[in-house]
Each structure stands twice: as C-alpha cells, then as structure tokens.
Design a binder for this molecule. Structure first.
Ligand code: MN3
Length: 386
C-alpha cells in the first residue's frame, strides 16, 4: 500500500524538537523513514536513536565522541562522521527529501544554506538561521526553488491560517506569547532571578537556551524577525500579543478585517508533523482541546519596558543589515553566561544592547560578513562578562 516513504534528515535529533520529531516519524513509519541523524554531543542517545531508526548516516559534532559512536554503529551498517564540516555536508546526500533543522543557534546557518543549495525541502525549527541571515536564506530559497516550512508553533499557526489564502494580502499578523515565567514582574524583582526559576516555562517543555530566551522575551523578538522573513512582511505588520494560556498559537488578519487563528493545546508534535506532511494532515494521538477546561482565554500587552529584548529585536528588524546577527551572537554568549551563573538575568539584555551599539553595522552583508560579525560580537560580548 505504501507510497514511497519520505526520507528525513534530522539535524539535532537528540534535542527537544529532534526527539519529538522521531516520535512523529515512529507514529507514521509507513510514511517516513530516517536517513540522517545528528547530535552535538549526546553520544548515548544518538546511538540509541540510530539503532532504533536505522539511518544511513549519523554525525556527532563533538569529535571526542566519534570513536564511541562509530564502534557502536558499524555492525548495523550505519556510517558515522564527526565535526562541523560533516554536519554541513551531510544534508547534500541524494536520498534526503526533507531536512529538519533543529540545531540550536547560529550553528544551523551553514547546514541550512547547503541544504537549500542541494534543493532539499526545509522544515525549519532553528529560528536563529532566519534571525541571523533572513535575507540571504530567503533569497537563496527563491533562487533554488526550495520551500521552507515553519516548525515554530506560532509560525506554523500563521502558515496553517494561510492555507488556501496565498493570493490574499495579509494586513497584519499577531504572534501570541505566553509571557514566560516572569510575566507581570518588574526589573527590581528580576535582578535576583535564579536560572532554575528561568528554566521553568509555564506551558512549553523545551531546551535550556530557548527556555531562557522565552523568559527574557528574546525568543518572541526572534520570532518577530523570523515571521518577517517567512511571510515577507513589513515590521509594522507584525504585532506581539501576550496570551498566557498558549491555546491560540497565532493569528492572521486579512485586508477585509477578517481574522483567522489556529488553536489547540500546546504540543510541539503538531507543528513538527504539519511541516513534514504539508499540505496534508495525518492522524495524531495528541490530547484534544476541551473548551470547558479553558473558560477564559486572556490577552494583554507585552511589557517591553521590562523585557527590553523584544524592543531590541524590533529595532534590529527595522534597521536590517547585520544588526539581528549581532543581537543573536550577543544573546548566545549572554544566555550561556547566565546558565553558568556568571551574569544576572537583566544583564542578558544589557549585553545584547551594548553589542548592538558597538559592533560595526553593515547594511548589505555577504555570508562572510555574517561570519565575521558573529565572531566579532562573540568576542566583544565575552569581554563584557567577568
Ligand atoms: Mn515559538
């Protein structure tokens, strides 16, 4: 019965998105098979996944773990590679239909560029790729005729609302935000926040980096920039609305004033699956929404006085050039420092702002400019941390 199964490469298969993607693939093993799995450094989980899903190739980024992975997998006839270069090249393999990019941060940029050049469909979970180099990525996708399907839940919501509407102009989109664990708090209360508090997200269970980004509203700021590129919007067409229950995942407003929203319980497996099955919808066992469990859906204005990162992202989007690349690199260093108890919660945004004011602005960056901007920013951000 089975039509040809789609062959999937998962970059970052041992992270939160990657493991949930494998659950989706397992549920629909008659439709999908795994061609490539990669991990930064979680060798044991990668080995376990590879033995279960039998990909052709695995890549472990951390070279110190190569031996262990290769030894565990050779008898299953699974090829093992290591390092950044292997990660960037593996996406070019002939047999891959869809590349799911679930890497964390800037590391997703080069593999995504290569996957586009190899004409692979992209299921994009690594929003930083579009934040850093949205113009480059979207123009490459156009040039190579490649589709980029969003995995981020808000952007998947917009994408689902646009189904059957692609010829109709968008007036505005509303990205919903839970507000994170510190919604309603003021700066004076945030200065003493511990990382354990910041790592507890009220509605979504995610990796450490994105959870901190959610608490600082950096994640929502990045999503604004991501939406600009995915849906070809002007900055003033994108608004953020805080919706603490995370049931409405985002909203499109059309030129006749009509609004379409996509809703459901927060569960990343739905947007992951939709990106893999678009334009079709397959069955899912996920828990169904019950209106009576949520008699009230509420909305409020985001507090960008306290959560400065949201404003920094709007500023970066409006000014363009390499500014969002600077913001992303600064934020990666700052979040890492916060997770290692080297700076306090409010200093994350302070470091971001300082870098944006210091690193040289480039109006029309090339790929090499992004690489050097990223490098210079990390160095400067590091120098601000004691
Ligand atoms: Mn999101």
């Amino acid at each position: 019965m089975s039509a040809q199964r789609k062959k999937i490469a998962i970059l970052g298969s041992t992270g939160s998105i990657g493991t949930q993607a494998l659950e989706v693939i397992e549920e629909h093993s008659n439709r999908f098979e795994v061609e490539v799995l990669t991990s930064n450094s979680k060798a044991d989980l990668l080995i376990e996944q590879a033995i279960k899903f039998k990909p052709n190739v695995v890549v472990i980024n951390d070279e110190k773990q190569y031996q262990k992975v290769a030894e565990a997998l050779w008898k299953f006839d699974i090829k093992t590679y290591c390092g950044k270069e292997a990660l960037a090249q593996v996406v070019e393999m002939n047999d891959i239909d869809i590349v799911l990019t679930a890497l964390v941060g800037y590391s997703g940029l080069l593999p995504t560029i290569n996957a586009i050049k190899a004409k692979k469909t992209i299921a994009l979970a690594n929003k930083e790729t579009l934040v850093v180099a949205g113009k480059l990525i979207t123009s490459l996708a156009k040039e190579y005729g490649v589709n980029i399907y969003p995995v981020d839940s808000e952007h998947s919501a917009i994408f689902q609302c646009l189904s059957g509407e692609f010829h109709n102009p968008i007036e505005k989109i509303y990205l919903t935000a839970s507000g994170g664990p510190f919604r309603g708090k003021k700066k004076s209360e945030l200065i003493s926040i511990k990382k354990e508090q910041a790592l507890k997200h009220p509605n979504w269970n995610m990796g450490a980096k994105i959870t901190i980004d959610s608490a600082t509203l950096m994640n929502k700021g990045f999503e604004v920039i991501e939406a600009q590129w995915l849906f070809n919007l002007k900055p003033e067409q994108i608004e953020v609305i805080v919706h603490p229950q995370s049931i409405i995942h985002s909203i499109v407003q059309f030129t006749d004033g009509s609004m379409k929203a996509q809703m459901g319980l927060p569960d990343m497996k739905l947007p992951i699956q939709y990106a893999l099955t678009y334009p079709n919808r397959f069955h899912s066992k996920s828990k169904r929404f019950n209106f009576l469990d949520y008699p009230e859906l509420t909305f409020e204005k985001p507090d960008s006085e306290t959560f400065v990162n949201l404003n920094l992202a709007y500023h970066a989007m409006k000014k363009g050039g390499n500014l969002a690349c600077i913001l992303n690199a600064a934020n990666e260093i700052a979040v890492d420092a916060f997770l290692n108890d080297k700076i306090n919660f409010l200093q994350i945004a302070e470091i971001n702002e300082k870098c944006m004011n210091t690193i040289a602005f480039i109006e029309i960056p090339t790929y090499e400019d992004y690489v050097s901007t990223d490098y210079e920013t990390r160095k400067f951000a590091q120098s601000l941390i004691h």
